[in-house]
Ligand binder design. Structure first.
Ligand SMILES: Cc1ncc(COP(=O)(O)O)c(C=O)c1O
Length: 397
């Protein structure tokens, strides 16, 4: 098997940014290192200066994330430990026995599995509306699925398999019209495309801090809409460093939903990741993502034996590209890309089995998924296209 220049140079090409982004901006590493070595104190728990300093950094992180995710009040930005944690907070904190939830086939298991458990154990009924083979949800299907007992719509903002960006503003209009709550899974969009929590009227935006927002693993975000906090039962109770005389959970935000010590090393990094995004600005970041995605799709499409998935128009997708190569199992292809070309991509079902059912790829090992990030270059994408072309040519002789 031919050897790519990146392997010879010892450089690895990371194209799994949909799982977690890497590398992070250098300032993220510096902030985590400086905090660990020179501070290391708990936030919001002490009057001494170093603890207060950490409290100020977390407040700044909250303000930055609120700005990036379109929330006017930083107190409505809740820190969690990953996107899954944020989704569980809402899925276990909103529906009550007898309620109905509308979700879709484009969802990640971090939505599908909590809902399955609610069906089995909590007398919550669930309707799963279809997505098409490009991973797109039709708003009319969502509207038709709403019933008198519907309490929540739980829908993804972008498929982590096909990259399809969903029409959240249309979902928000449906939620308003029917008086139901709307949870958006923004794991694949936060930091990639603008999110307007307040303007769209979304009740809950769940996001990872470690993907597009460029923070370390172990960070997650839940943004709560202005009128939605009262609808959410606190998913975790415990010490908040405030109102310590009472054994009742505080009612004030954000501490009502943030019990126990924060992941401070992660959050000081997240603050720097968010600052990087602010400095770069949406226009430049999104342009880079669209350019690389288009280059990758255009490079792969003409290759013999390649099948691509996802919407054809780059501005309707995030930088996630799923594909298959005829006669090679996706897992084997991903292993070859890693071992022979030093290119790191994901393979399989990507925790979204129902999307693969719709694509017809569930029983065929799913797809290979390449996901670009802000630090990928055209040469990374070209290296993947060249490698797939070479593997394809060899496997077809
Ligand atoms: C669409 C989607 N939702 C939820 C998650 C879970 O996010 P986290 O890994 O931060 O728990 C992911 C992660 O890949 C995702 O792609």
């Amino acid at each position: 098997m031919p050897c790519d220049a990146s392997l010879a140079a010892g450089r690895r090409i990371y194209l799994d940014n949909a799982a977690t982004s890497w590398p992070k901006p250098p300032a993220v590493y510096d902030a985590v290192d400086a905090y660990q070595r020179e501070n290391g104190t708990a936030a919001g728990r002490g009057v001494y200066q170093r603890s207060q300093q950490v409290g100020r950094t977390l407040a700044l992180a909250r303000r930055r994330v609120a700005g990036l995710l379109g929330a006017s009040d930083p107190a409505r930005v809740l820190f969690t430990f990953n996107g899954t944690d944020s989704l569980n907070a809402v899925l276990h904190g909103v529906p009550r026995p007898g309620d109905h939830v509308v979700t879709s086939d484009a969802e990640h298991n971090s939505v599908l599995r909590p809902l399955r458990m609610l069906e089995q154990r909590a007398n919550v009924s669930v309707t799963r509306v279809p997505c098409d083979s490009a991973g797109r949800i039709e708003p009319d299907d969502v509207a038709r699925a709403v019933r008198p007992e519907t309490r929540l719509l739980a829908l993804t903002h972008a498929s982590n398999v096909t990259g399809a960006i969903q029409p959240v503003d249309a979902f928000a209009a449906i939620a308003r019209e029917h008086g139901v709550l709307l949870l958006i899974d923004a794991a694949q969009t936060a930091g990639h495309v603008p999110i307007f929590t307040d303007r769209w009227g979304v009740d809950f935006v769940a996001a990872s801090g470690h993907k597009g927002l460029l923070g370390p693993l172990g960070t997650g975000i839940l943004v709560v809409g202005a009128a939605a906090a009262g609808q959410l039962a606190p998913f975790r109770q415990g010490g908040t460093g405030t109102f310590s005389e009472s054994d009742e959970q505080p009612t004030t935000l954000p501490e009502r939903f943030e019990s126990g010590n924060h992941n401070v090393p992660g959050l000081v990094g997240l603050e720097r990741g968010a600052a990087f995004l602010e400095q770069r600005g949406w226009t430049e970041l999104r342009r880079h993502e669209i350019e690389l995605t288009t280059r990758l799709v255009d490079g792969l499409r003409p290759l013999p034996g390649v099948t691509l998935f996802g919407p054809p128009d780059a501005d309707r997708r995030v930088g996630v590209v799923s594909f298959r190569l005829e006669r090679i199992d996706p897992q084997e292809l991903a292993s070859l890309l890693d071992s022979e070309y030093a290119i790191e991509v994901r393979s399989g079902l990507h925790c979204a089995p129902r999307t693969h059912d719709r694509m017809g790829t569930t029983r065929r090992g799913g797809t290979v998924r390449a996901a670009v990030g802000p630090f990928n270059s055209e040469s990374d994408v070209d290296a993947l296209v060249r490698a797939v072309a070479e593997i394809g040519a060899i496997s077809h002789v």
